[in-house]
Design a protein around this ligand. Structure first.
Ligand code: GUN
Length: 283
């Protein structure tokens, strides 16, 4: 069966081009969107993600700054840095890269970020507003998935979406965004018994469980749309998703690759949230 490969890289570039134009218009009004990214330690994956975020934000004209803190930083020092960013009028978006070292209470740090500057959409206020369908910053990966579906003309209304994974960053928020878009949603996770029973009923399957290539053809209904959120490193060093692509793709009507699917959208939506935050504050 011919399938459509959803090109996340191209769609993300489209979003970034639109944002570049928007930032140009804002600059004419004297508004420069500002982003602060706080990185604790030198976790290689985090370093790479953060570099990508800073580079992309500069490309669209956002004033971005990386704040590096030592791996041994105390919770109080980190909270102080977040508070400074909360107060700084040039800052419209704050992102604390996760994971944080064990001496730091991650929930406490997230809750300290001002909800108006929470461009990751992780604070309790934004999560709560998302759940009750109010205006909120949506977490970037789920927001990116919704944008990928929209820009690929894949309608969600009335469809059965099955989400595998219940993380705060992806699984939980995407389930609410899909419901908001009138999908019927089933949540599965690593302890679900007989996973294929559920996933085989999916019109739209979201794989966000963080296990290399665990979704195979036995999990997928012919004609389904498969969105692979996994970014896993294989033993040979290559990146792989949560979906065994070569096995699953021929069954689907559309599928995202890894890399080049959901990943680039996460960054694009961070930029979108930051620009949106600047517009909200300054208008
Ligand atoms: N670590 C992995 N993904 C993310 C993300 O989207 N935001 C932040 N802040 N940290 C992450």
């Amino acid at each position: 069966m011919p399938y459509h490969m959803i090109d996340g890289k191209a769609i993300a570039q489209q979003v970034r081009n639109e944002l570049k134009e928007e930032v140009g218009r804002l600059k004419e009004q004297g508004i420069i969107p500002g982003l602060r990214v706080i990185l604790v330690g030198t976790h290689p994956a985090s370093e790479s993600y953060v570099r990508g975020k800073i580079r992309a934000s500069e490309e669209v004209g956002i004033n971005s700054e990386l704040i590096r803190l030592n791996e041994e930083v105390s919770e109080a020092e980190l909270l102080q840095k977040v508070t400074e960013c909360n107060k700084d009028p040039a800052v419209h978006g704050i992102l604390v890269q996760l994971p944080l070292p064990l001496q730091i209470d991650t929930n406490k740090v997230i809750a300290t970020i001002s909800p108006e500057k929470d461009v990751d959409g992780f604070t309790p206020v934004n999560v709560g507003n998302l759940i009750i369908g109010q205006d909120a910053f949506f977490p970037c990966t789920p927001y990116g998935i919704m944008e990928l579906l929209k820009r690929s003309d894949i309608s969600v209304e009335g469809k059965h979406a099955v989400v595998v994974g219940r993380s705060n960053i992806v699984g939980k928020p995407i389930s609410f965004l899909l419901q908001q878009a009138n999908a019927t949603v089933t949540m599965c996770h690593s302890r679900t018994v007989d996973l294929p029973f559920y996933t085989k009923q999916a019109d739209i399957l979201i794989a966000a469980v963080g296990r290399t290539e665990m979704i195979t053809s036995e999990h997928v209904k012919p004609g389904a749309v498969v969105i692979d959120v996994g970014i896993n490193r294989k033993e040979d060093g290559k990146l792989a998703g949560d979906v065994l692509f070569a096995d699953v793709a021929p069954l689907t009507s559309a599928i995202t690759p890894v890399p080049g699917g959901v990943g680039p959208m996460t960054i694009a939506m961070l930029l979108k949230n930051t620009v949106q935050s600047a517009i909200r504050k300054e208008s």
